[in-house]
Design a protein around this ligand. Structure first.
Ligand code: COA
Length: 255
């Protein structure tokens, strides 16, 4: 489930499904989309903080939902798209606090946050290829933009995990902190926005992103088409089945 709390001008959005490593289900995507919309409608909110549990940010999209194609069934109307759309279009600052692993959409969503603080033992990964999938929500554009092509290729083509230090070098994280201090720091940074003029913050956020906004939109729709096709592929089926059977996937029969 997704818990939300608004206090002192900051909306806090918490991913709470520790028994499944905070994997995000269709219902949770909808709740995330609703939480972001509510924070935007509430004029008292100046900034949003997204975080998970002390030992896990999120294990990404729920893989059972992926197996049923449930999370992408309705295309652009799917709750996952509504959530990411709300994040991409958010005009208030969004701050992420990452403890533990941020897998798949857990790392992708960070590309659309404004400030990212992470534990010095956090782990990031975008294992789309190893799952028979491809990047989504403009990560194929934004990761090379932050990290450079070759580093991005290593992480995306080989599905290599990214350590906290590497994430900092790649420019996808602002600062590393001891695990127990991450959320408090993110909240302090969020609180700073309550002291700043909100229209100036909104306009500046828009300007910071305007250089690649058109490219982001184009990439999101190109990725979605490819992702949808791959989700239904035999390669993806083998990858998901192997995860739940706790074995190594075997892609040797595919051409
Ligand atoms: N979807 C559905 N269930 C998931 C999940 C996911 N993305 N990630 C973890 N789970 C479930 C496991 O199936 C397990 O359930 P069970 O206790 O009923 O068997 C439980 O969460 C604990 O996971 P486990 O793998 O035992 O935890 P771990 O600490 O050894 O490893 C991760 C944590 C995040 C490294 C590992 O769970 C993982 O790699 N998950 C899949 C990540 C992924 O590929 N996401 C999709 C990206 S596009």
């Amino acid at each position: 489930m997704i818990k939300t709390e608004t206090a002192d001008g900051v909306a806090r959005i918490e991913i709470v499904r520790p028994e499944k490593k905070n994997a995000i289900t269709v219902a949770m995507y909808q709740q995330l989309a609703d939480a972001i919309a509510a924070a935007h409608e509430d004029a008292s909110v100046r900034a949003l903080v997204i975080h998970g549990q002390p030992d896990i940010f999120t294990a990404g999209n729920d893989l059972e939902d992926f197996m049923r194609h449930a999370s992408r069934e309705a295309g652009m109307d799917a709750p996952a798209f509504k959530f990411m759309r709300a994040l991409v279009d958010a005009d208030k600052p969004v701050i992420a606090a990452v403890n533990g692993a941020a897998v798949g959409i857990g790392t992708t969503l960070l590309m659309h946050c404004d400030l990212v603080y992470a534990a010095d033992n956090a782990m990031f990964s975008m294992p789309f290829v190893s799952l028979g999938l491809c990047p989504e929500f403009a990560s194929s554009l934004l990761v090379p933009l932050s990290a450079g092509y070759h580093r991005a290729a290593e992480k995306l083509l080989l599905s290599e995990p990214i350590s906290a230090e590497e994430a900092l070098e790649m420019g996808i994280v602002n600062r590393l902190l001891p695990p127990g201090e991450v959320l408090a720091h993110a909240k302090r940074q969020a609180a700073r926005f309550t002291q700043l003029p909100p229209a100036a913050v909104r306009e500046t956020k828009k300007l910071l992103r305007s250089g690649w906004k058109t490219a982001v939109e184009k990439t999101i729709s190109e990725e979605a088409q490819r992702f949808g096709r791959l989700l239904a592929s035999a390669e993806a089926k083998e990858a998901f089945t192997a995860f739940f059977e706790r074995r190594k996937p075997d892609f040797s029969r595919f051409a």
